[in-house]
Write a protein of this length. Structure first.
Length: 473
């Protein structure tokens, strides 16, 4: 198969997949257990190659079996949909296969990434902000904690440190990656102190003050606070202005995990959710979540570039890569990674296409759809919201008042049936001891009809399940 034929065949499949999001006969997921899938799919790696036609056959099989994240029924994680412009950037990034450690090897890509970081810094409120593209919020949180350690112990990256006395503070509903960060940084899981949240899932500033005072009294050294803007389950936003006041008065580094909620900064209606973010020391923000970029596309932004440079100073020994005449432009000096793909091109293309105003309209539209979903839930006699809502996470459950003893099992089974049905996919989460359904609006394909379908399906599955369960009365 010649190059042109190969590309044409591939292009046909790309177009068909993109168009399939509107085909109602296709499911979001063809459910199958891992055991069944492994037994019915040819996954073997051959001793002799199968040739180029087998590539297209394998692509067909993959597209058939993958979760159709571009469909309107995909409301499971904090991302979804297909941005064609960003997809084009992804293709060109792979085609040109540049690595982002030096200007020499990625000249325009380097300037594009710097442009992205500068604009995000301005939106956050960091006048002299600097940063790097990362693998996601988990990596961004780790960089935030490393910068906090570097700030309080400037020699720690060179001589190491005993982390047994150093503590970081997070909300009790923070992302699990903070534990990974504690492991990597060297303080350990036990030195991550989880601060109580209010009824909306936001860190309580009064509890934070109490935990800091208690830690100091116990001979511990507070060095980092990680606030969350958009928690994973509820989409809650910690009060950044209050937390920043405490952090400054206590001389503690403040990192904001805005991986999920950072896009609110585009919206004049929602920006107040992150009031005080300009007072933080560092922020992570995933463009591959609400902004709809193909995975991965995430930024870590720090107010003091020198701190990030110190954390990543291991690159200074790479004489075969970095040279003094380009030390201020080579991005590898500000990253934990060496080889790093060009993740900024797709975001740059998409941003230039729609501008800040386009992102603002997108955020407001998603929030309006979440409002509509909440209104539908409230209007249904057997459905109930399980948490106040600030963002596009909608946590609810089916509540048959006569079966209070098995509501968790009931909602678990509703979700399992939705998953096996494969049309509308939502996640299962916990709020306290309650199992809840958690659709998230972050997919441009979502519309009111699919939301109506979700409500209808939840009610239908619940009634079917209840009819099969003997009454407890």
């Amino acid at each position: 198969m010649v190059l042109e034929e190969f590309i044409d065949s591939l292009a046909d499949r790309i177009v068909n997949y993109a168009k399939s999001s509107h085909d109602k006969s296709n499911k979001t997921l063809d459910f199958m257990t891992s055991y069944s899938r492994s037994k019915t799919t040819d996954l073997k790696l051959p001793l002799e190659g199968l040739g180029p036609q087998s590539v297209m056959d394998d692509i067909d099989e993959f597209l058939k079996q993958c979760v159709k994240t571009n469909r309107s029924g995909f409301m499971n994680p904090l991302w979804g949909g297909l941005n064609i412009t960003a997809f084009a950037g992804e293709v060109i990034s792979a085609l040109t296969n540049q690595s982002m450690y030096t200007y020499e090897l990625a000249p325009l890509a380097t300037l594009i990434e710097q442009t992205i970081i500068k604009r995000m810094s301005e939106i956050i409120g960091f006048a002299e902000g600097f940063g790097t593209m990362t693998t996601g919020g988990s990596n961004g949180n780790m960089l935030g904690m490393l910068c906090a350690r570097q700030s309080i112990l400037p020699q720690s990256s060179k001589v190491g440190f005993n982390g047994s006395k150093y503590v970081a503070f997070v909300s009790s509903e923070s992302h699990y990656s903070v534990l990974m960060s504690a492991n990597v940084v060297g303080i350990g899981h036990q030195n991550v102190i989880k601060v109580a949240c209010d009824e909306k899932g936001r860190m309580k500033s009064s509890s934070l003050e109490e935990e800091i005072t208690r830690s100091r009294a116990n001979g511990l050294i507070p060095f980092c606070i990680i606030a969350t803007s958009g928690t994973t389950v509820r989409g809650a936003f910690d009060p950044l202005d209050e937390i920043a006041t405490i952090a400054h008065s206590e001389s503690i580094w403040l990192h904001v995990d805005a991986a999920w909620g950072g896009s609110c900064l585009f919206s004049s209606k929602k920006r107040q959710l992150m009031k005080g973010v300009e007072l933080a020391d560092s922020v992570c923000w995933d463009a591959h979540k609400m902004m709809g970029m193909p995975l991965i596309c995430s930024a870590f932004i720090v107010k003091n570039a020198q701190i990030l440079s110190s954390v990543c100073s291991h690159g200074d020994v790479a004489h075969y890569l970095f040279h003094d005449e380009t030390k201020d432009i080579d991005l590898g000096r500000f990253s934990l990674q060496c080889g790093r793909r060009n993740d900024s091109l797709k975001l740059w293309l998409a941003w230039r296409e729609i501008g800040d105003s386009g992102w603002a309209k997108m955020v407001d539209h998603y929030c309006e759809l979440a409002d509509y979903l909440e209104e539908r839930i409230v209007a249904e006699p057997n459905l109930e919201m399980c948490s106040d809502r600030e963002w596009t996470n909608v946590c609810f459950r089916y509540n048959d008042k006569s079966r209070a003893d098995d509501l968790n099992q009931l909602n678990l089974e509703i979700r399992n049936r939705l998953l096996k049905e494969g049309e509308v996919i939502v996640s299962r989460s916990n709020i306290g001891d309650d199992i809840v359904l958690r659709p998230v609006i972050s997919n441009p394909a979502v519309h009111t009809d699919i939301i109506d379908s979700l409500i209808e399906k939840v009610n239908l599955h619940a009634l079917e399940i209840i009819s099969d369960i003997p009454s407890s009365n």
